[in-house]
Design a protein around this ligand. Structure first.
Ligand code: 5GP
Ligand code: ZN
Length: 113
């Protein structure tokens, strides 16, 4: 996708603080971290949001969760972490390429689930 900022990070056109990459998934630190640890796990295929997951692309989404588990160990998140997906306008999604936020490093509170 030409104008997608995450597609440009995936292609290397925009630099990122990358912590993981394989054939299907990339993970990099969020540019505006909201916790001591805050990274994004992103499938390489341009899927707009969680509302667009289908049987054809769900293997990449599943891989994201395998990667989250792997990175939780790599980043030593044994005290716990939160995975967030914002889908669409009301949820505050600002980048229309599906991604999973992983937040950790402090008590995250219990206000939203
Ligand atoms: P959303 O609001 O769509 O759930 O999350 C988008 C996230 O992407 C935000 O937390 C924002 O800080 C992050 N972000 C936006 N542009 C960039 C960028 O160019 N590089 C990095 N590393 N993160 C970005
Ligand atoms: Zn994209």
């Amino acid at each position: 996708m030409e104008d997608c900022i995450f597609c440009k990070i995936i292609s290397g056109d925009i630099p990122s603080d990358k912590i993981y990459e394989d054939d299907k998934v990339i993970a990099f630190r969020d540019i505006h971290p909201q916790a001591p640890v805050h990274f994004l796990v992103v499938p390489k295929t341009h899927v707009k949001s969680a509302a667009e997951i289908t049987a054809e692309n769900s293997d990449e989404v599943a891989r994201c969760f395998e990667v989250i588990s792997k990175l939780a160990k790599q980043e030593k998140l044994g005290d716990g972490f939160r995975v967030i997906n914002n889908c669409g306008e009301n949820a505050g999604q600002t980048v229309p390429h599906i991604h999973f936020h992983v937040l950790a490093g402090r008590a995250l509170g219990g206000t939203l689930v």
